[in-house]
Design a protein around this ligand. Sequence first.
Ligand code: MN3
Length: 223
Amino acid sequence: MLRSSVASISRTTLRSFSTSSAKMSAVLPPLPYGYADLEPAVSEAIMTLHHTKHHATYVANLNKAEGDYASAIQSQDIKKQIALQSAIKFNGGGHINHSLFWENLTPVKSSVIPTSGPLFDAVKDSFGSFEELKKASDATALGIQGSGWAWIAYNPQSKKIETVSTANQDPLLGLTVLVGIDLWEHAFYLDYKNVKPDYLKAIWSVINWKKAEERLVAGGAKL
Ligand code: MN3
């Protein structure tokens, strides 16, 4: 039984009904904090650009591609349907990934690594400690060639936490996302230039471990 990362975001976060057309369309979710609230880890400039430009563009392009896809189904244009699939994967993945990412970040003062509970137990069981989890997560993130995402995820089959990466905007399928880390240059270049280890150290200081634990429990971890 495979689980999709989509399952860990509520449908209302990703979509809303448009009353005028009664069509479903993706919407840009608001950040659960202010644009400057992740400083000094992530600057207000990056957060503003990343959310209002990058994520907003994935949402707009996803809606355009899905609208075109619906038309192509109506006109039974199979070639057009096939041609649209990469745009749906790229922009749909971008929307899913960023929606997960914003929610698994939090201001430094509320980023507290747990010392007991389901997430603590699962990390201890899979990695020994949060320090070892960070080492594994960093190694996975630094192993990405080009643009992509690093994930800390729960595998419901092995019942272990794993660190994995996906390329481009590919969403993580089959595992429950606990934490996503954007490794596209637009996520860090303004603040950290090419020094990815400094970005990874900073992002670790703003991880929302409460959200990660909620996702772990919702993902079916029995601990
Ligand atoms: Mn991004």
